[in-house]
Ligand binder design. Sequence first.
Ligand SMILES: [Zn+2]
Length: 1088
Amino acid sequence: MASKEDPLRDMQKCSINLKVEEDKKETVAQREREDSIDIRCTEFPDFSEEFRQIIKTGWLEKTPPKVGKYQRRWVQLDSEYLRYFQYIKEVYSRGMVSLESVNKVASVEDKQFELHCQSRIFQFRAKSTQERNDWVGCIEKILSDRKNSLEPRNLFFKNGSVNICFEGNLEMSPRTKVYTIISRDKLFLFRSHEEYFQGVGITDIDMRMANVRDGEKKRSFTLTTPYRAFSFVANSVSEKQKWCELLNECVSRSLSCDGVCESIWRVPSNRFCADCSSSMPEWASINLCVLLCEKCAGLHRSLGQNVSKVRSLKLDERVWTDDLIRVFLLLGNGKANQFWGANIPPSESLRANANSEQRLKHITAKYKNGKYRKYHILFGQQEALNRALCSAVQLADLLDTLSLLNCGADIKCNTGIPEFPSPLSLAKHSGQMVQVELLMQNLNSESFTPVVKDVSIRSHSGYLFKTGSSARPITDHKTKADFSQRWCCLGDGMFSYFKNEQSLNKCGGMKTSEIICLSVNSPGKHGYEHTFELYSEEGKVYLFGTDDGSIAKNWIRAIAMAVLPPALFDVCGTCDRLGRLRCTEGSHGIGWFCLSGFKLHALLEDNVQTIDLRKLVTLTLSDSSDSLVMVWRGGPLHLLADRRPHFVGWQTYIQQKSGAGDQLLSQQQLTDLGVPVTIDRCLDHITRYGLLLPGIYRKSGIHSHVTKLLERFQNDARSVTWCESEYSVEDVANTLKRFLREVKDGVLNGQENSNSWLRAAGLENRSEKINTYKILLSNLPDVNRETLRVLIHHLVCVQHLCDENQMTVRNLGIVFGPTLFQTDGTDVTPSQVMDELIQNYCSIFNVSESDLQRQLNMTSVILNKHKSQRSLSRTPSSTICAVYLEKKEEGADVLVQVAADMTVFKLVSVVLELKGIQQANEEFWSCYEILEKEGMERTLHYQERVLPLYFSLSCHCHLLIKRNQYIISIMRYLENKVNLSKSGPLRVCEVKSESSRNFHLRHCELSGNTFRLHKELQGSQCEREYPAKELKLYHGCRRKLHPPTPWGLMLIHDKQQWYLCCENEDELTEWTATFYSIQYNGDIWPSW
Ligand SMILES: [Zn+2]
C-alpha cells in the first residue's frame, strides 16, 4: 500500500507547487520562461545510484578465480548485479555478476555461500552465519522475482532491454584485452567475449562524466572520468575513430537525457512504463500523456502519429519545453492511467515480459479504442462536452481536459466568444500555458468519435505501375506503354514489388533504409497522371505511377513515414521531395530534408528548421555542381553532391523555388519581411537619394539603363548591387515602375481582384468604401499585401515632401494608378484608388497616426543629413569591420557593422559605446590607420568615411581606436594663429628602397595649399611641390631608417614617400597642426 501512496503524495506536492505558480502568473499575461518553476535540475544529478536501489552491501571474503587465498572484497548487491570492490569508496568494481546468469545460490560450510553461474562458481565467506544467511536470502529473493526467460545473449542486461550501440575488443594498457560494449549511457568492460556471454563483467563506466581524448599512439585513446583515466588501444586507426565517435555520442546522449529524464522521473509513477510497468521508461506519447518503455513506444508508433505521438526523452530533447514537462509532472502515468486504464481487467493487463502481439493488442485496445478509459459523465452529449472543455481549459485540472478530449469533446469547437473562438485561444487568454500545451499536442490527434481505422500507416500495399529502373535521372516522357503493373508492398523495413498479388517471388525491391530520396512529379509529366520517383542508395531511380490521385497520395505518405525520422512526420504530408543528403551541418554529415513548395524543412541535428527558400540571403551552386551552398537567416547550409542521380533534382528544385524574377509576386525572391527584393532595393535607393528630387517618378530614366537593371533583378535579384553613380534615381524609379507594371498578375493579384478594387472606388459612402478596401487588402496573398503596404507607405513619405519634390497625392495617383492596375491610363479610377490609399493610409493599413508621424520625422532626419545609422542599417553596401581598441591583440577586435556612409566619428562613438567606455572631459579618442610593418600611424579625420578606407587597407594594416594625445596641443597651437603657414629646416629622407637611409637637412615650406620641398637648406630652388590635400600624413618612427630624431613624420603621395624628422616635439606638433588645418580647412575636431 505504501508504494501506492507515495506517488500520490509526491504528485500532490508537485501540483501544489505548480498551483502556486499558476496563481502568481495569472496577473502576468506574457509569462517569462525563466520565471517558471525550476523543472530542469541545474546541478549534476547522481540519480543512477539512487535508482540502482542497492539492496545489500558489506565486506565478504571471496575466492580468486584460481585456487588461492581468500581476498577481502566490498560487495554490493542490487536487483541486477552483484559487484565487488577492493575498497569501500572505489567507484569502479573489480568484477560484476549479472544476476540473470546466476542459476542458484547455495549455503555451504564455514559461513560460506556459492553463486552458481553458467560457467563458474563464485565462493564468498561472511563473518558470521547470520550474515551469510542474509546474503543468501537477499539473492534468493531476487532470483525468485526474476520474470524473464533466459536468453543467453541478454544475460548481462536485465529484462532483455539491451540497447547495444557498439561492441568489440580493445586493448587496455598494459596489454590486457577487454571486450567492450557501449550500451545506453554506459561503457561495459568484460575480460572476454565469453565472459560477456556468461554474464560476468569487470565494471561499467557512467559516460555522463566521461571525456574522450586521443591517445599518444595512433590507435590509442583515453577515457577520463573524475575518478580514473582508462587508456585503450584499438585494433586499427579506423576502429579507433569509430570508438571515439561513438563514445562521444554516448557522452552527449547521456548528458542530454539528464535534463528531461531527471525532471520527469521525479514523479515516482513516471518511473514505470504506463503500459507494461518496465522501469525507467525513456519514451513518451506526448498527446496521450504517458511514459513508455522502448518496446511499448515502438507499438505506439505503429498506431500512427494521429493516435499516439511518440517522442524520446533522450533523443528528441527539443520537444521537451518546460510546459510539456509540466504536463507530464501534473498528469504523468499516475493520473493519465486513472483515465486510460481505469477499467483494465487483470486478465488483460500487460506484463513487462509480454510479446509484441500481446503488447499491440493491449495498446490498441487501451488508446485507439479507448476500451479501458473512464467515461466522462457527459459522454455522448456533444454540446455539453464542448462546453465543459471550454471551461476546463481555463482551469488548472489537466486530467479533466484529457478526459474530455478523449471522450468526444471537439478540440476545435466554437466557444461562442468572438475574441477567443477556440478552446486553445481561451486557454491562452486565461494564461493556462500547460493547458495550451496539452491542447497543442492533441490538435491533430484522432478523436474517438469517428470510426477507427485499422490499418497501420507504416505498412501499405497495392497495385502501382512501374517502369524499368534507371541509373540516371529520368528526363524523358514515359508513356503508359513504358509502365507495367506491379503489386507493391511496404512493411518490415522493405519496399518490394511483385508481378501480382498472388505471386510469391518478388521482382525486386529495396530496404526502406536504402531509399535516399522520394520525389513527386508534377501531375501529367508521364503517361500516368500521378507519378513519383524513388532513388536508392546504390544510385538507381525507380518510377511509379497511377491515375488515382488518392492512391498516389497514400503511397507517398506511407513511404515518407517509412523513410524519414519521426521528427519530420508532421511536415512530410504534402511534400514535393524528401530524403537525406550529405551536408556539413547535419549530424554525422547527414541531414534529412522535406521540400514542400517554398519551404525546405531540414532536420540537421535534432530539431526541424524551416527555410523559406524565397528568403535566402544567397544561393550558390558550385561550377562543377558538386555542392550547393545556401545562406539563410539561420546561417549557411552546405549540401554536398555524391554523384548519385538524386542530387541533380534537389539542385533544380531548390533553385526553382528560391524565387524567380519572371514569376508571380509571391514567387519572387523575398526579403525577411516578405517583400520582393527588387521592390525593397529600389525603394531603399529612392528613399536615400530621390525623395527631394523634383518630379521623381514623373521623369524618365535612360531606357537602356532601366532595361538592364530590370534584367539584372529578374535574373537574380539578391545579387544586384550598384553604386550611386551607376544608375540615376530616375533610372531606379522607372525600374520600379516597370517591375510593378510587368510582374505577372500584378500587386493586386489578377484582373478579377483588380476589378473589385475599382468597383469599391465607386462606393459613395466613405466609411463603407474604406472598409471594402480593408477587406480586399486582407484577401490579398501575404506577399502582395506586404508589398502594397510598403509601397503606399513610401508614397506617403514622398507626398509628405511634396513642397520639394512636387509630387502631390494627385500626381502620385496619376503615375501609380495605371502602374499598379497595369492599365493604359485612359480610365481614371485606378488613379483614384491610389489617391485614396495614400490619403487613408493609416486607417486602411492599421497604422496609428503617431507612428506614421514618427516615421515621417525620421525620413526628414535622414534627408537633413543627420546620418542615422539605425534607419540605414539595411543598406546592402554595409559590411562588418573589425577594429581594435587601444591595442591590437588576439581576440581584442571589436566587430562593427559599418554602413557606406559611416564616418570615423560615428565609428569611434559606436565602439566606445559597445565597450561601455565613457569619454571623460579632456579625453579625446581618435581612430588610427596603423601600418604594422613600418610602425607608423595616421590619425583619421573625424569626417572620413570608414568603408572605402577599410576596403583599401592592405593586409598589414588595421584600424585602431585610442586616446589622441596630441589633439589638445594641436588645438592650442592653432587657436591663436591667423595666417596659417609653416616653414623651416627638416631632416628629410626620400624612401626609395630599404637601403636608402640618407637624411639631409632641407628647407620645407607649407603655405597656401601647397607643400614645397627645397633641394638645399638655403637654396630657393624648389625641387618638389604638392597640393597639401593630396598628401597623407603618418606619425611614427621608422627604425629601419635609423632616423636621427624620434619625432618623425611620413608623407605619402602616390608611391612617393618622404620621412621627415623634427628636432623636438613642439616642432612636430606645429607641422602636424598646420598640415591638418590646411587639409581640413580648419575643421579638425567636431566639438571645437
Ligand atoms: Zn512498456
